[in-house]
Design a protein around this ligand. Structure first.
Ligand SMILES: NC(=O)c1ccc[n+]([C@@H]2O[C@H](COP(=O)([O-])OP(=O)(O)OC[C@H]3O[C@@H](n4cnc5c(N)ncnc54)[C@H](OP(=O)(O)O)[C@@H]3O)[C@@H](O)[C@H]2O)c1
Length: 259
């Protein structure tokens, strides 16, 4: 199956790198971008460089990874996609209905990944259009599962996922960074400080796959001990509330874009 990616920016390039890491054959990948410089780096990965119109003809699965403002221009190049092919849009806030009004296509999918696709560990929300063929949907899910965990969600939840997962990477990175800075402040060298911070988060994630939040809280906080002193500071500052506010603000912005 040939996969064509329109837009080789932050997301498009991460998808390509992830697919290559997942052993997807590089000769089956096509990329187009308005920026010729970006295409040079795609070329270095061994990917075939194309134009939007040519890519539409060659690819069995077309991924849209351009900014919302550039969709109309891309739609003018695509116009119609054959019935046996799939069109997957990762454009934030762009509804399936809008895509269908500009591009004639039976198998339209709208998805929301994050840039962890680069390390094949993303979460990818996916909504299929009502008309989409079941077999084509299976192919799309199989392909995307190479670079993340695919969850089928209602289209309205994709905007929410934009904030929790798409923007969430930046929020999570800021939180981990605070651990890193604290470790440097307390005397660790930069490399060890980063290593320690990352390990705390990956270990916590693995534990949380087996246990719930309350169990971990009880096991780590000795009454009158050190951990609860730190938790008290976090609670007083309303850190969890702040994080929820940040995700909510991003979700509100995403739904405004989508309106
Ligand atoms: N970045 C993320 O973490 C993330 C996560 C989830 C979803 N998304 C969604 O993914 C889409 C792309 O985001 P991004 O951050 O990757 O943006 P980006 O870095 O700006 O990449 C988009 C690329 O598309 C190119 N482009 C513009 N018009 C084009 C056209 N007509 N034909 C072909 N290529 C064209 C741009 O070139 P120029 O720079 O020359 O315009 C740019 O290289 C957005 O809709 C965003 O909502 C992004």
């Amino acid at each position: 199956m040939k996969v064509g990616i329109i837009g080789f920016g932050a997301l498009g390039s991460a998808i390509v790198e992830g697919l290559i890491k997942s052993s997807f054959p590089v000769e089956e990948l096509l990329v187009s971008d308005a920026d010729k410089l970006k295409l040079e780096s795609a070329k270095r990965l061994g990917v075939k460089i194309s134009e939007n119109v040519e890519l539409r003809g060659l690819a069995d699965l077309i991924i849209l990874a351009v900014k919302p403002k550039d969709f109309n221009r891309v739609a003018e190049d695509i116009v119609k996609v054959e019935d046996k092919k799939a069109l997957v849009s990762f454009i934030a806030g762009l509804k399936i209905e809008k895509i269908r009004s500009k591009i004639e296509c039976k198998n339209i999918f709208r998805g929301m990944p994050n840039i962890s696709v680069k390390v094949c560990d993303s979460i990818i929300g996916l909504t299929a259009s009502e008309e989409a063929d079941l077999r084509v949907k299976e192919d799309v899910i199989k392909l995307l599962s190479r670079i993340g965990k695919v969850i089928e969600v209602e289209e309205r939840l994709l905007d929410t996922l934009t904030s929790i997962s798409g923007s969430g990477i930046a929020f999570a990175s800021e939180i981990i960074r605070a651990f890193y800075e604290a470790a440097v402040l307390l005397g660790f060298d930069h490399k060890t400080a980063k290593e320690v911070s990352l390990k705390v988060f990956s270990g916590t994630t693995k534990l949380l796959e087996e246990e719930d939040f309350e169990q971990i809280f009880k096991r780590v906080t000795t009454p009158a001990g050190t951990t609860i002193e730190g938790i008290y500071v976090l609670e007083k500052a309303g850190v969890r509330g702040l994080i929820i506010e940040a995700i909510k603000a991003a979700a509100e912005k995403a739904s405004k874009l989508s309106a």
